[in-house]
Design a protein around this ligand. Structure first.
Ligand SMILES: [Zn+2]
Length: 52
């Protein structure tokens, strides 16, 4: 799952991360999609604070 690692690294390096994230495929978006354009899932929601 190298793609997930890349996405996590990108999310941490981005100073302004997208507000919404797909909980299915971890794709981030600035807009809230009812259906994730990446994986077609219905689990796009607000990004949760990582607590770091
Ligand atoms: Zn997705």
């Amino acid at each position: 799952m190298g793609r997930l690692d890349a996405l996590l690294r990108w999310a941490r390096a981005d100073p302004d991360p997208p507000e919404y994230v797909c909980q299915g495929c971890e794709a981030g978006f600035d807009l809230r999609y009812h259906v994730c354009p990446e994986c077609g899932g219905f689990c796009v929601g607000r990004r949760q604070p990582t607590g770091n």
